[in-house]
Ligand binder design. Structure first.
Ligand code: 3HC
Length: 682
């Protein structure tokens, strides 16, 4: 057991202290230590009550995810909880940090819970495509009622201790920094007052009320149908809570177990667990160890107050870093600042921040009309339109006026970072920081490493991404870096397919059903045909439609027409444009296609692009590509991203499919398929 569990007795209170860095996950050794503690204290007459607490930064952060896929070795959660159920002595869980998943379920199985105010509790299993499988679906509704239980478990949200206290999930808040003493005092009071052993499993009060509401679950399902689309876990959670309300505890528990095991075996959960580790893996760069120091960033300059620049500025204002926002013209600057204010005020209206916070953030923003204002900035991010000449001009100027040691970043989406860096005398300070629109919302940050970018500059950009709430993914220099290059074939193939027969509506429906929030044509109509098709030399559908004044939703029509309620309806004009260009390009009709075949036509080429990105070393690992697709393009997370998805359909199928479409499969894809390997593991 080593140092995992330490047991001591203080004033008649038996203390089980678990220390299993980094997050006290409830792996086998930890469960063994807990069982030993419970057994030892049960047999010890000197012990009147038991306190469970953790060393380090957090209470148990959940089951050990690395143990998933095989049955839990004994003692499993059941074996631990039955010790608590059988205990004649009160067991108190003492929470700090984040008590999550199986960790919080353990706390729910204890008779009492105390926490410091900074603690947060939650059941985030849904994010792993699972349900709380250690009795959480049965105990939580018994403590807080079905409504709150459904909300907490299907959102996976962690709530602060005060809120948990108000819900009855925590019995007492103890002084910050004095959890141990506070928990011991609480346990002593219990003993002194002869308080009963409260077992959530025996509670009936909340459920009795829920039993009188037969439509509770269907109403919940209907209300959340959109948010739950494509995911498996939320429906299983609803079923488990239904069981909690309608069945005796033990039967409910058995139902929970069956549902949990089915989810554990599902592709959706495997995909979401892949994503959990992929997000964390992305921060690791083999030749830049964590020991490389990052540079302090206390002030940021953003060039360009358009949608992108404004969103980027907000990312830094949100974490209290002052931003100087530079535009050429007063009018554009005013407009940019007004949009930022409007965004914040919108959040305030929704209750996500206070009016005071809006003002605090706006006060950190300094508008400026000249690059001279950036002379003292620690980091400058250029976010002007995609013109190499303009960017080179800006970087040349920055080189002259920025202080030594300033990081010069470009938000370019496609252009060659090395050429941009060549406009300066300090290419080692130049890095790409590529945000995705809307920049204050989308969680992907591509950090682009140029030929000369210094290691500490890369490390700083990666770490800064984490600080502003993004997942940073490292990319090498190429046209479009990872996410945009990956998804380029998606749009192109969509256009080609439309010219071969299926309507935009049919194609969009297939991709929507696959899990995207919208199909490619709906997306182009939303973003604007003029924006998407801008730098195409050859004739394209978007180009032809733009020539007819059809720019998308903003002009009343693009690939679709829009009625007065902005509802998309098929457009005869667009159909004609598509047919004409199809004839001009001599595109053979595809004949009738299933939804799966349509998806394959658009997404197999994406996987192929991913394989090339990987073999060229643009991405460090396949899972980085999945992260980029999911967080940058809203690729459905329950498919695991393009690379993981490719493994689930089979690489042989993929290679063959590509060849049938007349596309040369990437050598890496062919090799991996032949070797029977997994693309997502590369
Ligand atoms: N199991 C195994 N490893 C875990 C883990 C877990 N439950 N939680 C975190 N880790 C690992 C991470 O992979 C990471 O490893 P690395 O350093 O090698 O990359 C390390 O611990 C630190 O994690 P983070 O980088 O995420 O640290 P943060 O401080 O940013 O966040 C945290 C801490 C909030 C606890 C976050 O790690 C987290 O959300 N963890 C997952 C919590 C979770 O989902 N729990 C439910 C598990 S499923 C379950 O309990 C099933 C049950 O119902 C039967």
């Amino acid at each position: 057991m080593g140092d995992t569990g330490q047991f001591s007795i203080e004033n008649g209170i038996g203390i089980i202290m678990i220390d299993s860095p980094p997050v006290n996950a409830l792996g086998h050794a930890v469960r063994q230590a807990l069982a030993a503690g419970f057994d030892g204290f049960a047999a010890d007459d000197a012990v009147r009550a038991i306190v469970v607490l953790c060393a380090g930064r957090t209470f148990f952060a959940g089951a050990d995810i690395t143990e998933f896929g095989k049955p839990f070795a004994q003692p499993d959660f059941d074996a631990l909880f039955s010790r608590i159920d059988a205990s004649a002595k009160p067991v108190v869980a003492a929470l700090h940090g984040t008590a999550l998943g199986g960790g919080f379920e353990l706390a729910l199985a204890c008779h009492y819970r105390v926490a410091v105010a900074s603690a947060r509790v939650g059941l985030p299993e849904v994010h792993l495509g699972l349900l709380p499988g250690a009795g959480g679906t049965q105990r939580l509704p018994r403590i807080v009622g079905a409504d709150s239980a459904l909300d907490l478990m299907t959102s996976g949200r962690a709530i602060p201790a005060a809120q948990a206290h108000a819900l009855g999930l925590i019995d007492a808040i103890v002084a910050e920094g004095e959890l141990r003493a506070g928990a011991i005092a609480f346990a002593q009071d219990l003993v002194a007052a002869g308080k009963p052993l409260v077992c959530a499993r025996d509670r009936e009060d909340k459920l009795a009320a829920d039993r009188q509401r037969p439509d509770l679950f269907d109403t919940f399902r209907q209300k959340n149908a959109r948010a739950f689309r494509g995911f498996r876990a939320p429906e299983s959670i609803v079923c488990a809570v239904e069981a909690a309300v309608t069945l005796p505890f033990e039967e409910g528990l058995a139902r929970e177990r069956t549902l949990f095991e089915a989810l554990m075996a599902s592709t959706e959960s495997a995909a979401q667990r892949h994503m959990f580790f992929a997000e964390r893996e992305a921060s690791k760069i083999p030749d830049i160890p964590k020991s490389v120091p990052t540079l302090p960033i206390a002030s940021v300059g953003v060039i360009g107050a358009g949608t992108m620049g404004g969103g980027i500025a907000m990312c830094f204002l949100n974490i209290g870093i002052p931003v100087t926002l530079v535009e050429l013209r007063q009018e554009a600057l005013d407009r940019g600042i007004a949009v930022i204010r409007r965004n914040y005020e919108g959040s305030a209206k929704k209750g996500r921040m206070t009016a005071e916070q809006v003002e605090q953030r706006m006060a950190l923003l300094t508008p400026a009309l000249s690059l001279d204002a950036l002379a003292r900035a620690d980091l400058v991010i250029e976010a002007v339109f995609e013109s190499m000449a303009v960017k080179q001009d800006i970087f040349g100027t920055l080189d002259r006026l920025c202080k030594p040691g300033a990081i010069l970043a470009s938000n370019t989406s496609f252009l060659d970072l090395n050429t941009i860096a060549a406009a300066t005398t300090r290419p080692e300070w130049v890095v790409g920081m590529h945000f995705f629109s809307p920049a204050n919302v989308m969680r992907l940050l591509e950090v682009v490493r140029g030929a000369h970018t210094a290691a500490d500059v890369v490390a700083t950009a990666m770490e800064l991404g984490r600080r502003i709430g993004k997942v940073s993914v490292l990319a090498g220099v190429c046209h479009g870096f990872i996410a945009n290059r990956l998804m380029e074939p998606y749009m192109k193939r969509g256009d080609l397919l439309a010219m071969a027969g299926p309507s935009p509506a049919e194609i969009d429906k297939a991709l929507f059903d696959y899990g995207f929030a919208m199909g490619p044509f709906q997306m182009v109509d939303l973003v604007g045909l003029d924006v998407i098709g801008r730098d195409n030399a050859e004739r394209t559908l978007s180009g032809d439609l733009v020539a007819l004044g059809r720019l998308g939703q903003k002009s009343g029509g693009g690939f679709y027409d829009y009625d007065e309620n902005r509802r998309a309806v098929p457009s005869p004009v667009a159909a004609q444009v598509i047919a004409e260009l199809g004839r001009a390009k001599d595109i053979a009709p595809a004949g009738p296609l299933t939804a799966d075949a349509i998806v394959a036509r658009l997404l197999y080429p994406v996987v192929n692009a991913g394989a090339r990105i990987l073999e060229e070393g643009i991405a460090l690992r396949a899972s980085d590509i999945d992260v980029a697709a999911i967080l940058g393009y809203n690729w459905p997370v329950y498919t695991g991203g393009p690379m993981f998805w490719a493994d689930t359909i089979g690489l042989e199928t993929l290679v063959e499919g590509l060849r049938t479409m007349g596309i040369e499969p990437a050598p890496l894809l062919v090799r991996t398929a032949q070797a029977g390997g997994r693309l997502s593991a590369l």
